[in-house]
Unconditional design. Structure first.
Length: 287
C-alpha cells in the first residue's frame, strides 16, 4: 500500500487551468483484511481503477460488485466505502483531483456523471499510465510538476470514454436509518462507539441497530467503528511522524499494546511494520 497527498504548494506547484489539480495518488496491493470505512472527499473527485481481485464499492444507498477492469467515479461530498473479497482481495489505484467551477469540458463532464461504475475496461492501458505517474513522482522528489500533471491529464482523458458505458447499482434496504448510524460513527472516527451508546443516541434498541446495520453494510456497527479507528491510524502512520503512542491515543486507544494487537489483527502487520514498508512507492509497480 502507498498513498501520497499533493496538497502543499511545494508538492503541487502548478496552477495551470489546462491541467486537473491532482490531490492524491495511491496504490493498494491485495490487502485481504483491508476495509476502508465510509468517508467523503469534500472538494475532490476520486477515480478507482481495479487491476485484479474482487470487492464491493458501497454508497449509503447502493452498492456494486468490482472486478478486474472496473473503473469507478466518486463525486465530492459522496459517502462511499470499499470492501474486499478476502479470498481475492483487489489490487487497485486511486486518483483524486480538485473539483473546479471553471466551465471546462473536463470539469463539466465529471460534474454531470455523478457516482458511476464501468466494467471490463483495459487493465494494461491503466497500468501503463499509472506506471508513468509513479515514475515521474519517483524521479522528481514527489512533486506534481508539469510533467506529472500532463501524465495525469492523459490518464483522466483516457478514463472519460470508459465512463460512458456504465453498469447498474443495487439498492441497500433501510438505507436511511443505517446511513444515519454510519455517518454518526464516521464523524467520531469510531471512538467511544458501542451498541449501548448508539442505542441511546438514536433511541433504537441495540438489536434493531445491529440488524439494520448488518443488513445494509454486511458488518456490525461495533466492528465498523473499529475499522474506522484502525483506518484513521493507518493514514496517520503514513502522513505524519507522530510516535505510535500518540497515534494510538488519537484514535481512542489508551493502551498502546491493545492498539498494536488490534491493528495487526485488522491490517495483517504491526503499526511499525506498516509504516516502514509503505512510506515509499512499491518498486513492483514501476516497470
Amino acid at each position: 500500500m502507498w498513498i501520497y497527498d499533493y496538497r502543499s504548494s511545494e508538492d503541487n506547484p502548478i496552477k495551470d487551468p489546462a491541467f486537473p489539480e491532482i490531490t492524491t495518488l495511491s496504490y493498494i496491493d491485495n490487502l485481504s483484511q483491508w476495509s476502508y470505512p465510509y468517508h467523503t472527499h469534500q472538494d475532490s473527485y476520486e477515480l478507482f481503477y481495479i487491476l485484479s481481485g474482487n470487492g464491493y464499492l458501497l454508497s449509503d444507498e447502493s452498492f456494486c460488485a468490482l472486478g478486474p477492469g472496473s473503473v469507478i467515479l466518486v463525486p465530492p461530498m459522496f459517502y462511499h466505502r470499499l470492501t474486499v473479497d478476502a479470498s481475492s482481495a483487489p489490487n487497485y489505484y486511486t486518483l483524486r483531483f480538485l473539483k473546479k467551477e471553471d466551465g471546462s469540458p473536463l470539469q463539466n463532464f465529471f460534474a454531470e456523471k455523478g457516482f458511476v461504475h464501468s466494467a471490463n475496461n483495459p487493465v494494461e492501458t491503466v497500468r501503463y499510465l499509472f506506471n508513468a505517474l509513479f515514475s515521474i513522482h519517483q524521479g522528481n522528489g514527489g512533486r506534481a510538476d508539469a510533467a506529472f500533471q500532463a501524465a495525469a491529464l492523459s490518464l483522466i482523458e483516457t478514463t472519460r470514454p470508459m465512463l460512458m458505458n456504465v453498469s447498474p447499482f443495487n439498492d441497500i434496504e433501510e438505507h436511511e436509518t443505517a446511513s444515519s448510524i454510519m455517518k454518526y460513527i464516521m464523524n467520531t472516527h469510531g471512538v467511544g462507539i458501542t451498541l449501548e451508546s448508539l442505542s441511546r443516541h438514536f433511541s433504537i434498541s441495540q438489536s434493531h441497530i445491529s440488524r439494520i446495520f448488518n443488513n445494509a453494510y454486511h458488518v456490525s456497527p461495533v466492528n465498523y467503528a473499529i475499522i474506522s479507528r484502525i483506518t484513521w491510524a493507518s493514514e496517520l502512520l503514513l502522513k505524519c511522524d507522530l510516535p505510535l503512542t500518540d497515534i494510538a491515543e488519537s484514535v481512542g486507544y489508551d493502551n498502546p499494546s491493545h492498539f498494536t494487537a488490534m491493528f495487526t489483527k485488522k491490517i495483517g502487520c504491526s503499526p511499525s511494520e506498516y509504516r516502514e514498508k509503505n512510506r515509499d512507492i512499491p518498486m513492483d509497480v514501476i516497470h
